[in-house]
Design a protein around this ligand. Structure first.
Ligand SMILES: Nc1ncnc2c1ncn2[C@@H]1O[C@H](COP(=O)(O)OP(=O)(O)OP(=O)(O)O)[C@@H](O)[C@H]1O
Ligand SMILES: [Mg+2]
Length: 260
């Protein structure tokens, strides 16, 4: 079996935004503009970049939710557009923030609901749900309604939800956004455990230290294009920190000056 589980080549996605009906008000946004990278099985891969750089758009194409405008977009050797049936049962995704779980259900019932959607056998799913509640440290509150949970607990519940179909690849879009330092560390520990279990994780984050700590490889995208790729150490290069390298790459100094 190939070691490459995600393959992206010259990937593009444009959005056409219109204000009103006039054609001259049509504006084409090149959200992803010729991105290439590949991800190996079992690694944690980081997709970094400024707001609007094209990260979520890329993740949506990789998770078969959005069709590319052009280029190669393959997951587990299959085309994300056209062969999505073969991909969907073997991957899962979580988008940061508090979406994607039912607040009027308990953690356990949320997981039962999603297990049902994946047509999991009842015995298998009950055992897996216990495992996931333990992994995400939710066992004690598993029967309380999700609306009584803290943000950190909701985000951990999202991870449990994302693992319900035992995915080979988990896509995480800003999994630690809005978490306190303790919650964020807990989540990073969970992500590391996913890797130990042999899963592949692709994550986006704005926390450079987190990316440096977790990622085996990463790409930095800016205005829809890759501006750096490699291990965190390779990208840091001669800079004092990954943050310095990042700022140099995405023109942070320029931005800082413009803000004055
Ligand atoms: N549905 C849409 N229609 C029009 N433009 C869009 C749409 N979704 C995203 N865009 C634009 O595409 C570009 C890339 O957006 P995207 O959400 O992929 O960025 P991102 O890197 O995830 O940013 P962030 O860090 O803020 O989450 C932005 O310019 C955004 O405004
Ligand atoms: Mg985004």
């Amino acid at each position: 079996m190939s070691n490459t589980v995600i393959e992206v080549k010259e990937l593009k996605r444009e959005y056409v935004s219109t204000k009103g009906l006039l054609k001259r008000n049509r504006r084409v946004v090149k959200a992803v503009d010729g991105v290439s990278f590949s991800v190996n099985r079992g690694e944690i891969f980081g997709l970094l970049g400024q707001n609007g750089a094209g990260k979520t758009t890329t993740v949506k194409m990789l998770t078969t939710l959005l069709a590319p405008t052009a280029g190669v977009c393959k997951v587990l050797g299959r085309d994300c557009f056209g062969e999505e049936k073969h991909i969907r049962s073997r991957i899962n995704f979580i988008f940061g923030g508090e979406f994607g779980v039912y607040r009027r259900l308990s953690a356990r019932d949320n997981l039962r609901y999603f297990a049902h959607l994946y047509l999991l056998d009842r015995k298998v799913s009950e055992a897996r749900i216990e495992e996931l509640l333990a992994l995400t440290d939710l066992a004690e509150r598993a029967d309380d309604l999700a609306e009584t949970y803290s943000k950190g607990m909701i985000q951990r519940l999202q991870i449990a939800r994302g693992l319900i179909n035992d995915p080979e690849i988990l896509f995480m879009d800003e999994p630690t956004v809005g978490l306190d330092p303790v919650g964020a560390r807990m989540l990073r520990d969970i992500i590391r455990r996913l890797k130990e279990q042999g899963r592949t994780v692709l994550l986006t984050t704005h926390y450079l230290q987190e990316a440096e700590e977790l990622c085996d490889h990463m790409v930095i995208v800016n205005h829809g294009k890759v501006v750096a790729a490699g291990t965190p150490a390779e990208i840091r290069g001669h800079h004092r920190s990954l943050e310095d390298a990042y700022l140099a790459l995405v023109g942070g100094e320029e931005h800082a000056a413009a803000d004055d």
